[in-house]
Design a protein around this ligand. Structure first.
Ligand code: MG
Length: 153
């Protein structure tokens, strides 16, 4: 078994979509980034790459490359899952915590879990997505952060 941890933060700005775990979330602000800035999927990819000791997404998908401009992070995740399989591993389970002051994410959590179970081709019971605020401290509405832990076996 191998375990990996990932962490990411993106800034919230006007005029961008908000996409978390492949789910479009209605919001007056969205996350700034070279790709679609799906911060939760970025943390998850880093957790898997960390477990495999294969570096991070910055190494795999450099943001200096035009082909990753506005990239669908779920498609990048599929590439990371392929790498995981090529290295002889399958997902044991994963746990993501999204840190956001707004919007309220509870109504979207089940869809996020379904999206991830779909790309891993696994049962949804292996996929945990949670959301929390930082009580107005920390990111304080300026951005959204995500932590991810993945167990591979
Ligand atoms: Mg990122």
């Amino acid at each position: 078994m191998k375990i990996g941890f990932g962490y990411d933060v993106h800034r919230l700005i006007e005029g961008r979509r908000l996409v978390l775990c492949g789910t479009n979330i209605p919001c007056e602000v969205g996350l700034l980034g070279h790709s679609d800035a799906d911060v939760a999927v970025h943390a998850l990819m880093d957790a898997i790459l960390g477990a495999l000791a294969l570096g991070d997404i910055g190494k795999l998908f450099p943001d200096s490359y035009p082909q990753y401009k506005d990239a669908d992070s779920m498609k990048l995740l599929m590439r990371v899952i392929e790498l995981m399989k090529e290295n002889g591993f399958a997902l044991g389970n994963l746990d993501i915590t999204i840190v956001a002051e707004k919007p309220k994410l509870a109504p979207y959590i089940m869809q996020m879990r379904k999206n991830l179970a779909g790309v891993f081709g696994c049962d949804i019971s292996k996929i945990s997505v949670k959301a929390t605020t930082e009580e107005g401290l920390g990111l304080a509405g300026k951005g959204i952060g995500a932590y991810a832990v993945a167990l591979l076996e």
